[in-house]
Design a protein around this ligand. Structure first.
Ligand code: 6GU
Length: 225
């Protein structure tokens, strides 16, 4: 998979891809992530990427030209399956959407700032708009990092234990069960007995029951009856 991310703050996005699972996925060539600095595609003397909103009002708007220029450069390499604009008014990210996006070959993400991008970018270049929740961030960069992580970890071969993504919270509309490790007892705090019984069927039943109870309590809308 290839992910191209268009941003005016490429440095802000570097670190998430330089550690842990995302780094390993890149090192294994399972995904190629490229950060594009929109500012480099500005034709203005000052390399400006934003301007005042027509009609007035507070806040600057990101201009169409540097984004168009950058997108054209990205598309020279190959045609993307989706051009995603990260915005608080987009479709709220879900595991279902992450699953779908993880099956694609080439995704472009555009990070907005200020009051957003010129609507003509959204109307003509963007194929999908995604939000990571109903709250406002100062820019799309952190959202793009979240979306990338949610997608990349699902690409076959990225997680060492192939089944571990399948048993994630939400993968079957259930929250994950609690997990424990050594020591068996810490300052009087004990691990549930059932985990030491050695009966794998019984343990799986207990875990499933815990998942159901957690989901009912914490995400009641997921338990359809
Ligand atoms: Cl995708 N962008 C911004 N700026 N804020 C957000 C968001 C995206 N998703 C939730 N809040």
């Amino acid at each position: 998979m290839k992910i191209d991310i268009l941003t005016i703050h490429p440095q802000l996005l570097q670190s998430p891809f330089e550690h842990s699972i995302l780094k390993r996925a890149i090192d294994k060539n399972l995904v190629d992530v490229k950060l594009w600095d929109i500012r480099k595609f500005s034709t203005h003397k000052q390399k400006s990427v934003d301007d005042y909103a027509f009609g007035g009002g507070a806040g600057m708007v990101m201009m169409i030209e540097p984004i168009d220029n950058c997108l054209q450069e990205v598309k020279k390499e190959n045609q993307p399956d989706e051009v995603i604009y990260l915005t608080p008014d987009g479709e709220v990210l879900s595991q279902k959407l992450a699953n779908h996006l993880s099956t694609l070959k080439h995704i472009v993400m555009i990070c907005g700032h200020y009051k957003g991008v010129d609507q003509r970018v959204r109307d003509n270049f963007v194929t999908r708009e995604v939000s990571i929740g109903d709250y406002v961030l100062s820019g799309g960069e952190l959202a793009a990092a979240v979306l990338s992580d949610a997608i990349i970890r699902l690409i076959p071969g990225v997680l060492s234990d192939e089944t571990s993504a399948l048993t994630d919270s939400f993968q079957d509309d259930l929250l994950a069960p609690p997990v424990y490790t050594r020591p068996m007892e810490y300052k009087g705090l004990k691990v549930p007995e059932v985990l030491f019984c050695g009966d794998h069927k019984k343990i799986e039943e207990w875990r499933h029951q815990q998942s159901l109870e957690r989901t009912k309590k914490l995400r009641p809308h997921l338990t359809k009856e």
